[in-house]
Design a protein around this ligand. Structure first.
Ligand SMILES: NC(=O)c1ccc[n+]([C@@H]2O[C@H](COP(=O)([O-])OP(=O)(O)OC[C@H]3O[C@@H](n4cnc5c(N)ncnc54)[C@H](O)[C@@H]3O)[C@@H](O)[C@H]2O)c1
Length: 333
């Protein structure tokens, strides 16, 4: 049985608590939030009041001594909170982004190295879209080799975030959110694009704030062009200035055709063959549709790897390329 706790009892923590309730051999023993009423609500809603409630992460970790802490707080707190866990030999599963700067990321990396020199401390980051059925299908299609290698990719994220969304104590501010459309809304899509192309050798980008100029400090729009070791090229565009939360569009150009992924449909265009549409039925998820519904699969995989003491694909090493590329894009700010 694994003892688990959650820090940060806001929107996304609901999805973590609901996912954990579906998994065997996990006991959700405590919740922490700087607003203790929020932690109390979670304890009542998800554990019939049995879980303990804390207003401080450190106290919760010291008293409960859990195996895992889920970090569901604002961006700037992910690394400091993960380090608090790691220092105590406690594994963590953090919401995205992994960090708001490379300095933070390297600080966490050093803390993990130091802790792991005495015993296994696992890291996990919530890149749940890696578990989408469309991505599994795309991986399988590429593995057959029929389409050849990926030579390029493009992705578009066009969502809507208005003034009301930014009526928050941490969103829209560089110091606490770390960025906007890229680090918050489109990091998952950047991560997927890099999954198929690897580490870029060159990145050019521009970032702007087109529609909330006097309201937020962060970008509402980002575009980037990336090139890779064998001449592959990627174009990436994300904006939160659109009219609605439209489905993300991603396309992989291959040597003998291409694959498009739009919402839950994968379409394969193989040279000299009629297009083939594959509709994916993912298991019902929790939370908003545009978050993707991979949280349960991602969290389940994290615990399975933890139990077997084998590396989880979304551990610190597994998200480094996404983190580094994102910060390269931000260097054009
Ligand atoms: N994986 C996804 O697709 C996805 C979707 C939504 C949100 N998220 C991520 O989840 C995180 C939280 O987002 P949210 O929308 O739930 O935010 P939120 O503002 O609704 O919740 C954050 C919670 O953290 C609490 N908190 C703040 N400082 C704290 C502290 N020092 N100690 C304890 N608690 C503290 C707040 O009181 C609040 O309850 C963000 O990193 C966000 O990017 C990820």
């Amino acid at each position: 049985m694994k003892k688990t706790v959650i820090v940060g009892c806001g929107s996304i923590a609901n999805v973590h608590a609901q996912s954990l309730a579906q998994l065997p051999d996990i006991e959700l023993v405590a919740f922490a939030d700087i607003i203790p009423e929020k932690a109390s609500d979670f304890a009542n809603k998800y554990t019939e009041g049995k879980a303990k409630v804390y207003s401080s992460l450190e106290t919760m970790l010291d008293v409960e001594k859990p195996d895992v802490v889920h970090i569901c707080t604002p961006h700037y707190l992910h690394v400091p909170m993960a380090i608090e866990a790691v220092k105590r030999g406690i594994s963590f599963f953090s919401e995205k982004p992994p960090a708001i700067s490379m300095e933070q990321f390297e600080e966490l990396s050093s803390a993990l190295d130091q802790a792991n020199s005495s015993h296994a401390v696992h890291s996990g980051f919530c890149f749940q879209n890696r578990y989408n059925g469309t991505i599994k299908t795309t991986d399988e299609l590429l593995t057959t080799g029929k389409l050849g290698k990926v030579t390029g990719a493009r992705a578009f994220v066009t969502w809507r975030r208005d003034e009301n969304y930014y009526k928050s104590d941490w969103k829209g501010k560089l110091a606490t959110e770390g960025g906007g459309a890229l680090i918050n809304q489109s990091i998952h899509t950047l991560d997927l694009l890099l999954r198929y192309l690897g580490k870029p050798v060159n990145v050019k980008a521009s970032l702007s704030n087109h529609h909330l100029e006097d309201i937020i400090e962060v970008e509402d729009t980002v575009e980037a062009v990336m090139s890779f070791a064998n001449g592959e090229r990627a174009c990436f565009y994300a904006s939160t200035a659109y009219a609605c939360d439209a489905p993300v569009i991603m396309e992989l150009q291959c040597e003998r055709g291409r694959i498009t992924i739009i919402d839950k449909t994968v379409t394969v265009y193989e040279t000299d063959t009629p297009p083939q549409m594959i509709n994916i039925e993912d298991d019902a998820g929790f939370g908003k549709n545009y978050w993707g519904n991979g949280h349960l699969a991602c969290i389940k995989d994290f615990y399975e790897k933890l139990d077997s003491n084998i590396p989880f694909q979304n551990n610190l090493a597994g998200v480094r390329n996404t983190m580094e590329t994102m910060m390269k894009i931000y260097s054009f700010r």
